[in-house]
Design a protein. Structure first.
Length: 157
């Protein structure tokens, strides 16, 4: 499958991020994944990769869940989490893009967001909706690692 065919299919089917299974091994890296999805402009945002500020921040949150909770975790990500988080993130200043993904082989969930600056990214730490959802996922058995904020060093042209 070529990139063009993949791009057309993703655009045509309005890309269900949670169920998407990438066949290309190099797309498994979180940073590669965010840039790939940004380039495709897969949901509502069109991102001009050349317009991303040099001091952009990539914020990464990773959680691991018990295997038996997989259906419940994915369902919650697809419904309640999306319903609460999507509108809240759209209101924040400096957000360039936001992704939610699941790895059912490693029992892991990942939120990756791209921000204009660190201060913009840090708004997530105070977002009430995210704190509520975090507590709900912890109650389901999800264990989160420390959230990291990465200064972007370079990107593909």
């Amino acid at each position: 499958m070529t990139w063009q065919v993949l791009k057309k299919r993703l655009a045509k089917h309005s890309l269900n991020l949670i169920k998407l299974k990438m066949k290309y091994s190099y797309l498994k890296s979180t940073v590669g994944f965010i840039f790939f999805l940004s380039i495709l402009s897969c949901e509502t945002k069109q991102v001009n990769m050349n317009a991303i500020p040099k001091n952009a921040i990539i914020r990464i949150s990773i959680g691991y869940y018990p295997p038996e909770k997989a259906p419940l975790v994915e369902e919650k990500l697809q419904t309640i989490f999306k319903e609460k988080i999507e509108p809240a993130v759209k209101k924040l200043e400096g957000n360039i893009n936001y992704f939610v993904a699941i790895d059912t082989e490693k029992n892991s969930i990942t939120n990756v967001s791209l921000w204009e600056s660190k201060s913009a990214a840090m708004q997530m730490a105070e977002m009430v909706e995210m704190k509520e959802m975090g507590r709900d996922f912890v109650a389901m058995g999800v264990e989160f690692t420390d959230i990291t904020n990465h200064k972007m060093l370079w990107q593909l042209p």
